[in-house]
Design a protein around this ligand. Structure first.
Ligand SMILES: [Zn+2]
Length: 95
């Protein structure tokens, strides 16, 4: 594997390159997932406030900050916006 850094060329063992790539992906992904799993969403149908597991956030369809989520309370799917009040109190369901 060759890494081009401006006009320099470095020969890097393939395994090392893969390791670096994985570390960079983790460094970018982990803070995003932590942020997502802390975000409180509001159900458009019943108004309940809930948090989601990170993997549910990851695989949900999203448009800007809104996500198409299944409400844990009324079980209906709707576009949920992040709550304006991100205070951890008064969360109806914290799963
Ligand atoms: Zn709901």
């Amino acid at each position: 594997m060759t890494i081009n850094w401006f006009d320099e060329h470095f020969e890097v063992p393939l395994g090392f390159g893969i390791t670096i790539t994985i570390i960079i992906i983790l460094l970018v992904l982990v803070p995003v997932l932590i942020y997502l799993s802390k975000t409180i969403y509001v159900c458009d149908k019943c108004g309940c406030r809930f948090r989601l597991k990170w993997y549910k956030c990851m695989f949900s369809i999203h448009m800007n900050d809104d996500r198409y989520l299944k409400c844990p309370k009324c079980k209906k799917k709707s576009w949920c916006s992040p709550s304006y009040n991100q205070n951890g109190n008064n969360i109806d369901i914290d799963k």
